[in-house]
Design a protein around this ligand. Structure first.
Ligand code: ZN
Length: 322
């Protein structure tokens, strides 16, 4: 009898920790430059709430414009900052153009930008912080869109909702000069000699989904005190999408590992912005930066393979596709 009780309580304990197959999940799909790989310029992710709301984060260079068939319906477009690899200055002419180490990004989409083209094509609002909204409102207006509907300002401390998803703005410490290529030619002329236009600070985001999943999207940043005090302390993020690119731009594997291990402490992490061809045939290269980060992090680190959908439960655990 005692043995039976022990078996029963073991089974109960197993139930308590096993993923619940019918609990609602958030689907996260990386839209990178090459199917099934994690390549140097991959930043874009599509988040799908259990209520069907779909949010695109940092389209960058790897989403092939508003007609990229991988996008589907899009309800909001997030841009962390205006550098070309995030806002999108150039894109691929076709799926998988070039190689993973050296993608073919021969289609120039300035001065509009890839993100604004997607906002107009999908009629989905752009969500930005800093001083970026006034620049984007003028751009959307100049391209025939409705700026009051298609550009939403959310500065640090504030939040907005898209469907059932709460989108909050959090700081990133980086830079955010607008490359002159995104300006009309007559304005671009004023920024010769390496100057960029001021559009306020860069940012990151916290997304709280209807199943409880709370994802911190770092944007481009170094280590910041807010990752501890705000992202963990207030928002209690249980999933982190972390920039691991390193020298000379942002946190590298060691700094990013400190952020997730000691500051945010989520249940799991998706590596981002590796600035390297991290995989070959979908397998992580052992000498890659991404592998070093995965080694240094204390929680599971998932590699965003382009086109491969991952599913997360409300506690930040990957339950499928990882
Ligand atoms: Zn970047």
């Amino acid at each position: 009898m005692r043995k039976l009780i022990a078996v029963a309580s073991l089974a109960l304990a197993a139930c308590a920790t096993a993923p619940d197959p019918i609990a609602p999940k958030v689907k996260i799909t990386p839209l990178g430059s090459h199917d099934g790989e994690f390549c140097p310029f991959d930043r874009a992710l599509v988040f799908e709430d259990p209520d069907g709301t779909r949010i695109l984060y940092d389209a960058g260079r790897t989403v092939r414009g508003p007609n990229d068939p991988r996008l589907g319906r899009i309800d909001a477009v997030l841009v962390s900052h205006v550098h070309g690899d995030h806002l999108g200055d150039i894109i691929q002419p076709s799926a998988n153009a070039g190689t993973c180490p050296k993608g073919d990004f021969s289609v120039n989409v300035t001065p509009n930008s890839n993100s604004v083209n997607i906002v107009l094509g999908k009629q989905a609002p752009l969500i930005v912080g800093g001083e970026m909204h006034s620049f984007f409102q003028a751009k959307v207006r100049s391209l025939g869109g409705d700026p009051s509907r298609l550009v939403r300002l959310v500065r640090f401390g504030a939040q907005t909702t898209v469907g059932k998803v709460i989108v909050a703005s959090v700081p990133a410490v980086h830079s955010n000069g607008l490359p002159p290529a995104f300006l009309p030619p007559e304005q671009a002329k004023m920024f010769e000699g390496g100057l960029t236009a001021y559009v306020g600070p860069p940012g990151g985001f916290v997304l709280r989904f209807s199943n409880g999943l709370t994802a911190y999207l770092s944007g481009d940043t170094g280590i910041t005190a807010e990752q501890d005090l705000v992202v963990r302390g207030h928002y209690k993020a249980n999933l982190v999408v972390m920039n691991i690119g390193g020298f000379p731009f942002t946190t590298g594997p060691a700094e990013a590992a400190y952020v997730v291990n000691d500051l945010v402490r989520p249940a799991s992490v998706i590596a981002s912005h590796a600035n390297e061809p991290a995989t070959v045939g979908g397998t992580l290269t052992p000498t890659s930066r991404t592998a070093a980060f995965r080694q240094a992090a204390k929680m599971p680190v998932h590699v965003p393979l382009s086109g491969k959908t991952m599913e997360f439960d409300g506690s930040g655990r990957c339950t499928a596709g990882c």
